[in-house]
Design a binder for this molecule. Structure first.
Ligand code: FES
Ligand code: FES
Length: 172
């Protein structure tokens, strides 16, 4: 099959890749650029594991063809993470047990990264709306919500603090 060269910016770096016409952007980011942080789950737009930011929008990387990304500005979870340590969102997900197997986590991080870029202190409803397209089979979502609410609260305006489980003092 004829391959096409696509030039784009990924995580602030100009790159080019040779892709098949049928290849998804998520697949090309992983396969051609070695950016394995973008996960592929359902590959048909349902789970959100492949979420990346393209030209300022959070998009499903599995539903966009790599050839459509010519000239685009793309941010993957690698670009939303510091070179060392964790981002504020990642640290909060760890702190509030917002992950277990971690498969959905890159998509969660990217959707929250996009949300907090647009709105540093979203309401609980806005957080729920942003996360409504992301599937997690492990956590039951409460830890993810608590993490996002904690980040929003730290940014200043959300007074509804996340629910913390009180320490078990029954045995004392
Ligand atoms: S892999 Fe893209 S939405 Fe599931
Ligand atoms: S942590 Fe396992 S799918 Fe979300």
């Amino acid at each position: 099959m004829n391959k096409h060269r696509v030039a784009l910016t990924v995580n602030d770096k100009a790159v080019s890749m040779l892709v098949e016409p049928r290849q998804s952007l998520a697949d090309a980011l992983r396969g051609e650029l070695g950016l394995m942080g973008t996960h592929l789950g359902c590959e048909h737009g349902v789970c959100g594991a492949c979420t990346i930011v393209v030209d300022g929008d959070a998009v499903r990387g599995c539903l966009m063809l790599a050839v459509q990304a010519e000239g685009a500005e793309v941010t993957t979870v690698e670009g939303a993470s510091p070179a060392v340590g964790l981002s504020e969102i990642q640290a909060a997900l760890r702190e509030f047990h917002g992950l277990q197997c971690g498969f959905c986590t890159p998509g969660m991080v990217m959707v929250l990264h996009h949300l907090f870029t647009e709105n540093p202190s979203p309401s609980e409803d806005e957080i729920r709306e942003a996360l409504s397209g992301q599937l997690c089979r492990c956590t039951g979502y409460q830890g993810i919500m608590n993490a996002a609410k904690a980040v929003s609260a730290r940014h200043g305006r959300l007074n509804d603090q996340p629910t913390q489980t009180p320490p078990d003092t029954t045995g004392i």
